[in-house]
Design a binder for this molecule. Structure first.
Ligand code: ZN
Length: 107
């Protein structure tokens, strides 16, 4: 369920998923974002939420792995690979990889 509730959305992000909700600061989130967050919903179910939270916030490597999976879906739904690579290589996800590496990982 998608809920417009900007208070929960981290600075620099457009949405955050906390199963079973997707919180966003946008009136009409684009399809690529919705599909991205649906990936996080599935990841949270797969790792029984607490496992996801521990891995996501406890390990930059795992955070990158989760985000790469989600951004691959975003690209499938219209986000440009260049924008996805900018996000993946940004502070938001801990600067784990370079832009070029992120672009390569998305391919
Ligand atoms: Zn994400």
């Amino acid at each position: 369920m998608i809920v417009k509730f900007p208070v929960f959305v981290p600075r620099g992000a457009a949405a955050i998923t906390i199963w079973p909700f997707v919180f966003t600061n946008l009136d009409n989130p684009p399809r690529d974002l919705v599909e991205h967050e649906k990936v996080h919903l599935r990841q949270q179910v797969k790792f029984l939420f607490i496992g996801f939270a521990l891995l996501y916030f406890g390990s930059k490597k795992w955070r990158y792995k989760f985000e790469l999976e989600a951004y691959k879906v975003s690209v499938k739904y219209g986000l440009s690979p260049q924008v996805a690579a900018e996000h993946l290589s940004s502070d938001l996800y801990g600067n784990v990889v370079t832009y070029d590496q992120a672009l390569q990982d998305l391919a």
